[in-house]
Design a protein around this ligand. Structure first.
Ligand code: T5A
Length: 221
């Protein structure tokens, strides 16, 4: 059986990753495709415990411990969920993956990229996404969406705005050809303007995927 596809949704806070991932999962499910949707951190019993600790505003976690906790959640998710699903030929949709670690723990927290690269290689066991859809939105606009959702802010959302500005600038850098050619472990990255309506963003997501894999993704919903 052919290996499935690993599609990652990335971007700054409130870009609309979860919303788009859900729409895509529903669309593929309706077309009777084998689709698996997971998120980071989390997606396994151990991962969900790690997620609770990582996002709890009361947790005191130093940057290196934070990075390693994300990696631990990722290792469990890759081995227990993502690899088996890919081996069964599924389309696996992941809400964040290691690009987030490069952005948040690398550029945001200031941890050395080389150390993150090694730790990540161990966590993923060399798994490379087939495509990362990087949703772009100005930081304040994304944060306004998060605040409007009115479900409280987690430990990382409450970090000062300049941290999130650094993270957003990091994602912009990751979208460049130069950065991507130096980081083959990240796979191809495609930019999606996330400032548009949910409907229009989804149309752009599907159009991109259909162009790359016309037999797997419909041209429109
Ligand atoms: N993190 C994660 C790290 O630091 N390192 C890592 O290695 C990893 C993997 C995860 C946190 O962990 C950090 C990053 C995060 O801070 P999370 O709760 O999973 O925490 O947070 P996010 O992934 O940021 O998820 P969010 O839900 O906050 O953001 P989304 O998924 O981008 O946004 P979404 O889809 O939930 O939408 C937010 C709101 O906007 C509305 C939605 O209805 C919702 O209310 N919306 C739109 N409104 C207008 N127009 C559109 N086009 C809209 N799309 C969505």
């Amino acid at each position: 059986m052919a290996r499935g596809l690993l599609i990652v949704f990335e971007g700054a806070e409130g870009a609309g990753k979860s919303t788009q991932l859900r729409r895509l999962a529903d669309c593929l499910g309706a077309a009777a495709r084998n689709v698996v949707a997971v998120r980071e951190p989390g997606g396994t019993i151990v991962g969900d415990e790690i997620r609770r600790v990582l996002l709890d505003p009361e947790s005191d976690i130093v940057p290196r411990a934070e990075a390693l906790l994300f990696m631990a959640s990722r290792a469990q998710l890759v081995e227990r969920e993502i690899r088996p699903a890919l081996d069964e030929g599924a389309v696996v949709l992941v809400d964040r993956f290691f690009l987030s670690t490069y952005a948040y723990q690398g550029v945001g927290r200031g941890l050395p990229e080389e150390a993150l690269r090694h730790a990540n290689a161990m966590a993923t066991n060399g798994l490379v996404p087939d495509l990362t859809l990087l949703l772009t939105i100005p930081v304040e606009r994304g944060m306004a969406r998060v605040v409007a959702r009115d479900r409280g802010l987690d430990r990382i959302e409450t970090v000062a705005l300049d941290f999130h500005e650094r993270v957003a600038r990091a994602f912009e850098t990751f979208a460049t050809r130069a950065w991507q050619s130096e980081h083959p472990e990240c796979g191809p990255i495609s930019l999606v303007d996330a400032t548009r309506s949910e409907h229009d963003v989804f149309a752009a997501v599907l159009a991109d995927l259909h162009t790359r894999w016309p037999g797997t993704f419909p041209p429109q919903a």
